[in-house]
Design a protein around this ligand. Structure first.
Ligand SMILES: Nc1ncnc2c1ncn2[C@@H]1O[C@H](COP(=O)(O)OP(=O)(O)OP(=O)(O)O)[C@@H](O)[C@H]1O
Length: 245
């Protein structure tokens, strides 16, 4: 039997992990140690896992996180008003099947971005398309996309993300373009996909920050009512990091 040909054909069919494992098993003389169906299952499982892992790595890369944040590393001992039960429930991502949103507020450095990204990381692990972005940067990109005619394409890209994380919301004031783009994003996603918004600004001030009463009303009506709230308190975690150094 020409094993090299078999391996080559597997590779051409994009079954590279299967091919590599088959080669290794031949080399180690291990093939006779399993029944044909056990051997087929071994190769298939290996290829399957490899493909799932690659998909997760691709989703993590496409998400554009600014740091790696893991649910397992979240420090619940810090006294910062983070309800562990509530957060554990959110971490199951059931809120995503219900198309609900999350709003995380708190002063600078209290860990809003970290929590948002940890949930985003979990979403990628569960194979959800996720996009993380600084809000002002995203709105600026959308403004530019209007100029080169790719605005709808860009909105569609955002809509395809099953989880969108808008960080540093409200740090820069909204002009007409930004307000309209925000309205389009939120309206597109309403009851269809989930959004996490992280902001230093308390929700009570968002109406004034967005400006233009009717648009602000429409946006807030769509996000705030269907959202879980995390209001972080306490000192900046950056101070702790600085103190340790
Ligand atoms: N749960 C955590 N476990 C480990 N490190 C954390 C955790 N939460 C936050 N940090 C660290 O604390 C620092 C501040 O966190 P983060 O950037 O999330 O704060 P923030 O509230 O988003 O701040 P800002 O509003 O200024 O953007 C970061 O260096 C982050 O890595």
């Amino acid at each position: 039997m020409n094993n090299n040909q078999t391996v080559e054909k597997l590779k051409q069919m994009r079954l590279g992990a299967m091919a590599e494992l088959h080669l290794q098993q031949l080399k180690d003389n291990r093939i006779e140690k399993s029944t044909p169906d056990e051997y087929l299952a071994l190769l298939t499982d290996h290829q399957w896992e490899d493909r799932q892992n690659r998909k997760i790595q691709r989703l993590l890369k496409q998400a554009g996180f600014k740091q790696r944040a893991d649910l397992a590393d979240i420090d619940h001992n810090q006294n910062r008003n983070l309800d562990k039960n509530m957060f554990d429930r959110l971490a199951t991502l059931d809120f995503m099947s219900r198309k609900e949103n999350i709003i995380i507020t708190g002063a600078s450095g209290t860990g809003k971005s970290y929590l948002g990204q940890a949930l985003g990381h979990q979403a990628c692990m569960m194979q959800y398309r996720t996009i993380y972005s600084n809000t002002a940067r995203l709105l600026k990109k959308l403004k530019l996309s209007k100029v080169d005619g790719t605005y709808l394409k860009e909105l569609n890209r955002l809509l395809k993300a099953e989880l969108l994380i808008l960080d540093d919301f409200g740090l820069q004031s909204f002009d007409n373009h930004a307000r309209e783009a925000l309205m389009d994003i939120i309206d597109d996603r309403h009851n269809k996909t989930s959004t996490i918004i992280a902001s230093q600004i308390p929700v009570s001030a968002w109406y004034d920050i967005i400006g233009e009463g009717t648009i602000a009303d429409a946006i807030l009506d769509r996000i705030v009512n269907s959202s879980h709230r995390i209001g972080l308190k306490g000192e900046s975690l950056r101070k702790g990091i600085l103190k340790k150094e």
